[in-house]
Design a protein around this ligand. Structure first.
Ligand code: SF4
Length: 427
């Protein structure tokens, strides 16, 4: 961890050099958090900008936020905390802007059954979050005899009408980012990485991997100006993929789709058929302790509904959780930016039940890994959402004092065991 006050590298949580430079480790921690959140907001703002959308308040906050972290400019704890909440507010604007930009360009996301696995024939696998890259690739590869597959966070792209209309967008292959090396090695076609999370490729597939936009890997061809000709040509030059069809999965439960069945959902809650909603999702990662999320969902009682988003969904999206009165018990809302959808659903339910979001039968059990997850957490805090369970560990860049403020005011808790947490929530 880097201390923005004394410009030394601090070990563990907080600044071990406090007392030497005389600066406050809590301020350093808050500044770390802000810089991390700005990176997350930047991802959403970047995608929106690529789609032609921008927002003056979002843009201005990058300058304000970064400027506030300069050496010897702000020593006040309260104003740093305010800036973090503002980062949460600005991230909400950025996610809303991106949601609108996606809908305007690609249509309203709709619940979609997705085929998992590969079909016989040349194939291109697209990973990352940039739906515009996938769209342009689909346009350029149309009618060329190549099948296109989503991987990782690209899965929800299959739910947009403007992408679904391409018959050669045939389904999803693979799971979350940390399984890339194994999955890309086994996928014998061309591979395109559009954003994070991409990993340094193995030699076995490096020559058939490409990046574009913000993603770039050493020794891998980087596509310029969304001209995907080299990717398509590579796919056509490789031996055809073998047929290996797996199960199906569902995605595309955007808030508009969920709100269309709001009456049914409200009725199911009132009649006691739905006891509780859980938002279980976020980033995935390599720690074995993340099996918590699989077990958590598996162990939920049958009268609970799970909303999910981000690549954390791959921990359990292959499970058949069934339905409650025609309402699927597992609703994949999309990418991490679709946390905006989850918020909209929570706000609509709170309106319908005439209560606050914290009074709803709704609990958030989130997994975090990278910067966007931090910006989303700040958005949830900005909205006053309490009792969030966070794992697999609490962020190490929070000092004990900062963590205490969050725990005292928002009751943020680390995950424990699925059994204990379910019991604590449901009683
Ligand atoms: S959800 Fe998070 S961990 Fe997963 S691919 Fe996106 S940024 Fe990476």
């Amino acid at each position: 961890m880097f201390c923005y006050q004394c410009e030394q590298t601090a070990k563990g949580t907080g600044c071990t050099k406090s007392g030497v430079c005389g600066k406050d480790p809590d301020i350093a921690s808050l500044q770390d958090t802000l810089v991390i959140a700005l990176k997350g907001i930047a991802a959403y703002a970047y995608h929106a900008r690529e789609l032609g959308a921008h927002d003056e308040q979002v843009d201005a906050f990058f300058a304000e936020g970064l400027f506030s972290t300069l050496t010897n400019v702000n020593f006040d704890l309260e104003s740093h905390i305010k800036l973090l909440f503002k980062a949460g507010e600005i991230n909400l604007r950025a996610m809303e802007m991106l949601d609108k930009a996606h809908i305007e360009r690609f249509g309203q996301m709709e619940p979609t059954k997705v085929q998992v696995g590969t079909k016989e024939g040349p194939g291109i696998l697209v990973t990352g979050h940039d739906i515009l890259d996938l769209y342009e690739l689909l346009k350029q590869s149309e009618g060329k005899g190549v099948n296109v597959y989503t991987h990782g966070e690209m899965l929800p792209a299959l739910a947009y009408p403007e992408l679904k209309k391409f018959p050669h967008l045939v389904g999803n292959y693979g799971t979350a980012w940390q399984n890339q090396k194994k999955e890309f090695e086994e996928f014998s076609g061309a591979i395109l990485g559009t954003t994070n999370c991409v990993l340094i490729p193995r030699e076995s597939y490096k020559d058939r991997m490409f990046t574009c936009g913000i993603a770039d890997l050493p020794g891998v061809v980087h596509i310029e100006n969304r001209d995907f000709t080299p990717v398509i040509e590579k796919a056509l030059s490789l031996p055809p993929l073998k047929e290996n069809i797996g199960p199906t999965t569902m995605t595309g439960f955007h808030h508009q789709a969920v709100l269309q069945i709001a009456d049914k959902v409200i009725e199911a809650v009132k009649s006691g058929k739905i006891r509780h909603f859980f938002l279980v999702g976020g980033c995935d990662g390599t720690r074995s302790s993340r099996s918590y999320y699989t077990e958590f969902v598996q162990k939920l009682p049958q009268d609970c509904v799970v909303l999910t988003l981000g690549c954390g969904k791959y921990r359990f999206n292959y499970l058949d959780l069934g339905e409650i009165d025609g309402i699927p018990r597992l609703l994949d809302m999309g990418q991490c930016n679709n946390a905006y959808s989850a918020i909209q659903v929570a706000v609509a339910l709170a309106d319908a039940f005439k209560c606050g979001v914290n009074d709803l039968p709704l609990s958030l059990v989130l997994s975090w890994f990278e910067q966007k997850a931090v910006s989303i957490l700040l958005t949830l805090l900005h909205l006053g959402i309490k009792d969030i369970r966070l794992g697999p560990t609490l962020p190490a860049f929070l000092t004990p004092n900062v963590l205490k403020v969050l725990q005292d005011n928002y009751n943020i808790q680390p995950i424990t065991t699925p059994e204990e947490d379910i019991k604590a929530i449901l009683g």
